[in-house]
Design a protein around this ligand. Structure first.
Ligand code: MG
Ligand code: MG
Ligand code: MG
Length: 305
């Protein structure tokens, strides 16, 4: 049997990548042969973190063979996972998302908690299983928590995330505010991405009642700056809508400094978002909204009923 593979979701974010690497380290500490891999290109925020921490980028995985043993982190929904996942053998899941479109043929370990970040759950597992948290692992987990909670400002952030991040920053020798803001800012440098890349950097697909929805998100320090490219972004989104038969595409442009988002909404079911507020020029400003999981997705989900 080939070695076990651990990976997070497609359009990888910092939690997905860092948690996969940490989970592989945890398994190795227990004597298991596990390799962390990734399902897509790294964003600039994650690149910043890995370079700063001097950690190697995991290998790209296109698909898994039938029967391959896999560990999933930071996701469970099959449409967000690797191609071939239906025929793989999922042995463990560590995740902080809703459980949906997920089924296995055999029993498995499933660690789910409604915390702000997968890495926070991994830290708790290290404590339970008596696995030493090295400075490298701590740095990776801090990066993941900062990313998923937008430096503790997201409504997804819990006290546990904050407490764990504070402990981890100490182990890693990082100033969390300074390192965290630099890391988040590195992810807002969007200039050299094409419109096509921008709309797929951090995109999640969900379906309900036969409506296929994609919610993409980009972080910025200036919403207006991103919307200077509105026309180009709309062209890319409309091409994607045609190609993948998507009924609703939402691009959330999130201001990480002021904690607001402006949505760019296209597709023949944009009425779903209009129930929330009238679109102007395909746009809807949402004050205080930064979380896809806790704010944008539930709003869409409710309006799809
Ligand atoms: Mg994620
Ligand atoms: Mg996550
Ligand atoms: Mg995210």
């Amino acid at each position: 049997m080939s070695k076990k593979l651990v990976f997070g979701h497609k359009s990888p974010d910092t939690d997905t990548i860092c948690s996969a690497i940490v989970m592989a380290e945890m398994q190795k500490a227990k004597g298991e042969d596990v390799e962390a891999v990734r399902l897509g290109e790294l964003n600039k925020e994650t690149k910043y973190a890995l370079e700063y921490l001097k950690v190697e980028t995991p290998r790209l995985l296109e698909k898994v063979e039938e029967g391959q043993e896999v560990i999933l982190v930071d996701h469970n929904e099959f449409q967000q996972s690797v191609d071939g996942i239906e025929a793989a053998k999922i042995i463990t899941v560590v995740d902080h998302h809703r459980i949906n479109n997920f089924a296995t043929a055999e029993p498995l370990y499933y660690h789910a908690e409604p915390l702000g970040c997968t890495a926070t759950i991994l830290y708790k597992l290290c404590q339970i299983e008596n696995i030493e948290v090295t400075p490298k692992m701590a740095g990776l987990m801090v990066s993941a928590i900062v990313s998923d909670t937008l430096l503790f400002k997201s409504p997804t952030c819990t006290n546990t995330d904050k407490e764990v991040a504070t402990k981890l920053a100490e182990i890693a020798g990082l100033n969390i505010e300074e390192y965290g803001l630099n890391m988040l800012k590195a992810g807002t440098d969007l200039d050299d991405f094409t419109a096509e890349e921008l709309i797929s950097l951090d995109a999640k697909e969900v379906s309900k009642n036969d409506v296929k929805v994609v919610i993409a998100q980009v972080n910025t320090v200036s919403i207006e700056d991103v919307f200077k490219r509105q026309k180009e972004l709309e062209e890319a989104i409309n091409t994607k809508i045609e190609k993948d038969n998507i009924q609703l595409f939402v691009l959330a442009v999130t201001d990480i400094l002021n904690s607001n988002s402006e949505l760019l909404v296209l597709g023949n079911r944009s009425d779903v978002v209009e129930k929330q507020g009238k679109l102007e020029n395909n746009r809807l400003f949402m004050p205080g909204v930064v979380s896809r999981k806790k704010q944008i997705l539930p709003m869409i989900d409710k309006n799809l009923d």
